[in-house]
Design a protein around this ligand. Structure first.
Ligand SMILES: O=P(O)(O)O[C@@H]1C[C@H](O)[C@@H](CO)O1
Length: 396
């Protein structure tokens, strides 16, 4: 390993296992045409595939006319508007305001336009009266990182326009803006995971919000399984690289049209993890007396929500992966795309078995992940706050 001053030599060992739908625009012939609908004529709308599925497939064939739809029930069931039926071909008029329609469209889109991200960032900077310099993403069970923030302004995700919501235990679902060690920061207490059903661009959209709020440094943390046999539960692995397994499968947060206001079409990802910050973190760990619990290594993100099979873990190890999780990589890609400096670490919450065994102990589980995170939150908080202090002092 080059470039890192790990004194205990127990860190990274590279390599070898040791160390949308449109509404009724075609095909719909059973009595009603989407273009005929107005709020006045028809306050309710059929939500079946025949009306609201892609292209109006007319599959249901039970929806005979708009009179039937207006009555609100054709077969005794309640008929409700759907996003697809409302957003179809632009000819539909309904009682939703322009803003509500736009919000529905954004929630149904995979990617967020620059202007929408800008609006979210404005909402946060105006609401907090701050332009934070450091963004923090709290991993599973590591929400206490955000509890350290002084004079916090708290934004519940559900109250932020066009923001997704957190669905995972251990991810509170709020954005905390304030100061930490003198620096202005914003922290996500709860991130979005691919397995929650969000596309990767949506999972990492908050990183772009951070950028437009003024954030220059991204601190991303996660709970991860240790594959490197030298890692113990409770250790911290500073990420110096990653293997993007979702990318191997052709999935990226940068897929789709590229908006150059965020960054280039083809960003380079070598040196994604800031070496100076890694070295500073190692120095801090020495000063804290936890040097023997610190490693530098390679993280890989799988889609989850299932934990990995033994064969998968063996394969990851052969690829040089030291720790495995279900997040962070797409956030880092998005951050590097818009030229943020990145510092990221994994808290090793469980050891991953790479040999077959009947021992139940070998099975990862989320309760254990949360319990270990709770136990180690103090050390993680101290590492983060001391590093932020260094950044702040260096820029003062
Ligand atoms: O958000 P992170 O990556 O810290 O959460 C990890 C991965 C899964 O969400 C969960 C599994 O226990 O913890």
């Amino acid at each position: 390993m080059t470039g890192y001053k790990v004194a205990n030599g127990n860190g990274h060992s590279n390599g070898n296992g040791n160390t949308k739908g449109t509404n009724g625009t075609n095909g719909h012939s059973n009595g009603h045409k989407s273009a005929d609908y107005t709020a006045q004529e028809n306050p309710t709308m059929c939500s079946r595939d025949c009306c609201s599925g892609p292209g109006g497939s007319n599959r249901g064939n039970t929806c005979s006319d708009k009179k039937g739809a207006k009555a609100g029930s054709l077969t005794g069931e309640k008929i409700i508007p759907t996003p697809q039926s409302l957003l179809g071909n632009g000819k539909i008029q309904c009682e939703l305001t322009h803003e509500e329609l736009r919000a529905l469209r954004v929630l149904n889109e995979d990617t967020y336009p620059y202007e929408v991200i800008e609006e979210i960032a404005d909402f946060i900077t105006k609401g907090s009266g701050m332009r934070p310099k450091i963004g923090i993403i709290c991993g599973s069970g590591l929400g206490s990182l955000a509890d350290m923030i002084q004079d916090p302004k708290i934004f519940e995700y559900e109250k932020i326009p066009n923001f997704p919501v957190s669905t995972v235990e251990g991810h509170a679902g709020r954005l905390v803006v304030g100061t930490l060690e003198g620096a202005t920061v914003m922290a996500m207490q709860g991130r979005f995971h691919f397995y929650e059903g969000y596309p990767l661009a949506k999972c990492s959209m908050p990183v772009r919000v951070m950028k437009l709020c003024g954030v220059e440094y991204l601190f991303a943390t996660n709970a991860a399984g240790g594959i490197n046999p030298r890692f113990a539960v409770g250790d911290i692995m500073l990420m110096h690289d990653h293997v993007n397994m979702l990318g191997f499968a052709g999935n990226s947060p940068l897929q789709g049209p590229n908006d150059p206001r965020f960054g280039p079409r083809f960003p380079a990802l070598v040196n994604s993890y800031n070496k100076d910050l890694i070295n500073k973190a190692i120095e801090i760990a020495k000063a804290m007396g936890i040097e023997s619990n610190i490693h530098v290594g390679v993280y890989s993100c799988l889609g989850g929500p299932n934990y990995e099979t033994i064969a998968e873990l063996k394969a990851l190890r052969m690829m040089g992966v030291d720790a495995v999780g279900m997040s962070t990589v797409h956030e880092v890609i998005t951050a590097r795309h818009c030229d943020m400096k990145v510092f990221a670490f994994s808290l090793i919450t469980n050891k991953c078995a790479t040999e077959y065994s009947d021992k139940k102990d070998d099975e990862a589980n989320h309760d254990e992940v949360m319990a270990v995170a709770k136990n180690r939150q103090k050390a993680c908080c101290e590492l983060v706050s001391r590093l932020i202090r260094e950044i702040h002092l260096a820029s003062a």
